[in-house]
Structure formats: structure tokens, C-alpha cells
Design a protein around this ligand. Sequence first.
Ligand SMILES: C[S@@+](CC[C@H](N)C(=O)[O-])C[C@H]1O[C@@H](n2cnc3c(N)ncnc32)[C@H](O)[C@@H]1O
Length: 209
Amino acid sequence: MKRTLEEHAARFDEKAGEYDDSKSEEYHACANLVVEHAAPGEDDVVLDLATGTGAIALALAPDAKRVVGRDISEEMMAEATRKADEAGLENLAFDHGTFRDPAYDGPVDVVTSNFALHHLSDEEKREAIAVIADLEPRRFVLGDVMFFGEPDPDEPFYSPEVDDPATVGVLADAFTDAGFSLTAVERVHDQVGVLVAERGPTDVDAAAE
Ligand SMILES: C[S@@+](CC[C@H](N)C(=O)[O-])C[C@H]1O[C@@H](n2cnc3c(N)ncnc32)[C@H](O)[C@@H]1O
């Protein structure tokens, strides 16, 4: 990580009030794809990591049994809670947790994350994906800044001073090493995409052996 967790949390605490109004077309396209691929059923528990102001969590809550949101920014989660209350959604819970320590040990069917894993180094992303695999979700849908071609800091979405996005290949390797099969790759922009990783009962058993 190019900034500490505390520095990232402070950055997002500051942005929380204006965050929702500052998003690009590609961000919305990416978030919509994450929601579409997550597709939880009415008995499913969803864990949304780096939930922020709850864009993904709130969109999935009406279809899921429960949505658990985790983030490091209290102000971003305060916005998420305010929006959930306003929408009358009662099956969401937001609390402090990180990618590598989500502070959640209940059942999880679907894990989602949008526009945040790129804050971690590639080695930290691998650790996070292994932690997520240990929770044994059947699906992990990751929308994020990721490189389909050569990294270009002059193009949108990549700020090398704070971000550390991976190539699609590095992410695909981390998923398969953690026992997931990559079942969909969606390119939104040369530096933004959505990956869908799934684990069947067989994959879960094999990874445990
Ligand atoms: C660009 S926002 C994305 C928020 C939301 N997922 C969305 O789609 O709008 C990035 C979020 O990641 C959170 N974050 C950054 N590093 C994190 C980490 N290591 N663990 C958990 N959350 C993190 C920030 O606090 C911030 O709320």
C-alpha cells in the first residue's frame, strides 16, 4: 500500500460528503456490472468489502437475505447507514473491517468489492483474496481499477501516487491460486474492469485438502 490504512481512511473521511456526486460514467458502469454479476438469492448473505457509501451494498440488499458492509472510513459508512435508513432497508450492517481482516466470521455466499482493492499492493491483494477464499463464498465479484493493457497514468482512474492497481493477469492468477475459477471478465475501460470468480463445492473441498 502506498498509504497506510489510517491515511486512506482519513482521505475518504474527508471525501464522504461529496463522494456520490463525484462519480464517472465508467464508475457507474462498473458498479452496475458488479451488482448484475453478484445476483444474490433471497437466502444469500453478501459481504461487501470497502463498501464506502454503500453503492453496491444498498443495490443488493433488496434481493439478499443480509448484506454486511466493511470499510475503514467511518464517514463513508455513516453515509451508507444514512442512505440505508432513508431507503427503509433493514437487512444491512456496516462496521469497521479491512480486506485482509474483514472482522466477519459468519456465513457468506457472495463477496463483492468495487473500486477499492487497487489500494493494496499485488502481494497484499493476494493475501486479501486468500482471506476471502477462506470465508468460502461461492462467488466473488471484483470491480476495480485494473490494467487490460500498459498502465497509463495520463489516462483516467490511475493515480500512481496513491493507487497500486494490478494487471488482469495478476488478479486472475491470485484468484485461481486461491481456488476460484474465473467465470467472467468485463472490460469497462482499458484501466477498469470487473472479474467474476466462483468456487463450487468441489473447489472448496479441494482447497481444504
Ligand atoms: C473509491 S471508494 C469505493 C467505495 C464503494 N465500494 C463504491 O463502489 O463506491 C474506496 C473505499 O475503500 C475503502 N478502503 C480503502 N482501503 C481499504 C482497506 N484496506 N480495507 C477496507 N476498505 C478500504 C475506503 O475507505 C473507501 O471507502
